[in-house]
Design a protein around this ligand. Structure first.
Ligand code: AMP
Ligand code: ZN
Length: 488
């Protein structure tokens, strides 16, 4: 089985060859933790969660690094006073690290809700200031960067003069870039408007600041990712991911920094996930066309007619390939809910099927598995994989209606393969099973409270618990082994 990955740098699908056989180093740009993540952000992280799960399922040992940007991500106009953290700190009257903590906790909670696996390393920008200062020093020493008024900039023209190609990822031409850029960021400090900041001098308004050889300041956003990715994955590593919108300038700058520092391209496969739109408009906080994940799950929003379970949202997201735009709408969510229920029902039926060796099948398990793995290894094609899963679903319903048969060996194989695809690779959760588990936990708490009431001879309370549960159709039975329950 050969894994093919669409490499944004090459502009085509390539056969994946890891640097170290059987191992993958993968870095994904994490969130800027100055406000709640919206559903669009979730889509990008979920796409890479699926890729991480797929790589693991295919047998690779993956070191997955996803950072937290907790300093130094300026707004597009480059004005230090518009630094996202500084602005939010003023707005919420909180310390910068309180903002960071509040939204990091929110980020983890949201991703957990959608069943995303945690990365193996989650480094923060503020925890790697020294590494960033060292990289900046190295770039000055090698002539790729210069200091200007307490800030340090990467010299893009010098980079190109040495035969390197700024613009290779985003396929931009440096002359065009120069013609189309206004110098808003450097305010006269830069040699050229395309030069980008490695280190920024802190203005009096700036509260997140560190000492450096160039005075007090803070690191540039692009440099953070170079410092953290190369520290944990090496000067050249296998996969770097992020949202499509990060290709330029963020990832372009990472390539330039990596090549200038180490003389080698930092990444072998660049992967970019496409955007989430809602009602055909890009989801973004700045336009107001956004929804917070909790609002979709709780139903408290103006866009959707009902609440949707996170597993259904996840299923909806995976029905589009990670490189395609996905439009979320009420109809799309309702359709996903229907598909999800049918898939879960098929899995339930599969557990009660009795094998039968009589040959009748128009369904070849081997062919089906090959097609499913072909989809997975064809640049992680989740919609095609899901379409194949539904072929199996159709077969399972035919088994139930006794129109098809399956041998014991194939039944075992189908069960384990389908479960692996649904739960391990797609990362879906069985809502019904989860609910049952929760109900059981709740009833155990009530049984314990009733026992405590009886021990303290509060029979009024213990009888009330028993009678009220009975009125809800839950009967408690006291036996030698303790109290059990049955639900009618
Ligand atoms: P940020 O916290 O703004 O740095 O964004 C975190 C990630 O979310 C980045 O990888 C962005 O590319 C991604 N992102 C932002 N908006 C969207 C969207 N509408 N759809 C998908 N991904 C998005
Ligand atoms: Zn990054």
């Amino acid at each position: 089985m050969q894994l093919k990955i669409y490499n944004s740098l090459a502009g085509e699908k390539e056969i994946f060859k890891p640097i170290l056989e059987g191992n993958v180093g993968m870095y994904v740009c994490g969130p800027t933790v100055y406000s709640n993540v919206h559903l669009g952000n979730v889509r990008t992280f979920l796409s890479f969660d699926f890729i991480y799960r797929s790589l693991t399922h295919l047998g690779y040992k993956v070191r997955y690094v996803r950072n937290i940007t907790d300093a130094g991500h300026l707004t597009d106009d480059g004005d230090v006073n518009n630094d996202r953290f500084v602005k939010q700190t003023r707005l919420e009257k909180l310390e910068p690290m309180e903002i960071v903590q509040k939204y990091t906790v929110d980020f983890h909670k949201v991703l957990d809700m959608f069943n995303l696996l945690p990365p193996n390393i989650e480094p923060t920008a503020t925890g790697h200031i020294l590494e960033q200062i060292e990289l900046t020093q190295k770039l000055i020493e090698t002539g790729f960067a210069y200091e200007s008024n307490g800030s340090v900039y990467f010299d893009v023209l010098e980079y190109n003069a040495r035969g390197l190609n700024y613009g290779e990822l985003s396929k931009r031409n440096i002359e065009e870039l120069f013609a189309n850029t206004r110098d808003l960021d450097g305010q006269g400090e830069k040699k050229n408007p395309q030069d980008f900041a490695l280190w920024k001098k802190a203005s009096p308004a700036h509260i997140m600041r560190w000492n450096s050889p160039w005075g007090e300041g803070f690191p540039g956003w692009h440099l953070e990712c170079t410092a953290m990715s190369t520290k944990y994955l090496g000067e050249t590593f296998d996969i770097h991911g992020g949202g499509m919108d990060l290709k330029f300038p963020h990832h372009e700058c990472e390539i330039a920094q990596g090549k200038a520092c180490n003389g080698a391209s930092p990444v072998n496969y660049w992967m970019h996930a496409n955007m989430l739109t809602m009602n055909s408009q890009r989801m973004s906080k700045s336009t107001g066309n956004y929804i917070l994940p909790m609002q979709l799950v709780s139903g408290e929003n103006d866009f959707f007619e009902k609440p949707f379970h996170p597993a259904i949202v996840r299923f909806c997201f995976l029905q589009a390939h990670y490189r395609s735009v996905l439009d979320i709408s009420n109809d799309a969510m309702l359709a996903s809910e229907k598909g999800f229920s049918r898939l879960m029902e098929a899995l339930k039926i599969l557990n009660s099927i009795t094998p039968n060796d009589e040959k009748r099948s128009g369904f070849s398990l081997e062919d089906w598995k090959t097609k499913a793995y072909d989809a997975l290894t064809d640049d992680f094609n989740s919609p095609v994989l899901i379409a194949h899963l539904f072929e199996a679903v159709k077969f399972i319903f035919a088994l139930k209606d006794e129109k098809e048969t399956i041998s014991a060996k194939d039944l075992e194989d189908l069960r384990s393969t389908l479960n692996a695809f649904v739960f391990d690779v797609l990362g879906l959760q069985n809502i019904e099973e989860n609910n049952n588990e929760k109900l059981d936990q709740t009833l155990q708490v009530l049984i314990e409270l009733r026992n405590q009431a009886r021990r303290s001879k509060n029979f009024d309370l213990s009888d009330q618990i028993r009678d009220k549960l009975l009125a809800e159709g839950i009967e408690l039975k006291d036996g030698r082994e303790g109290t059990t329950y049955s639900i009618s």
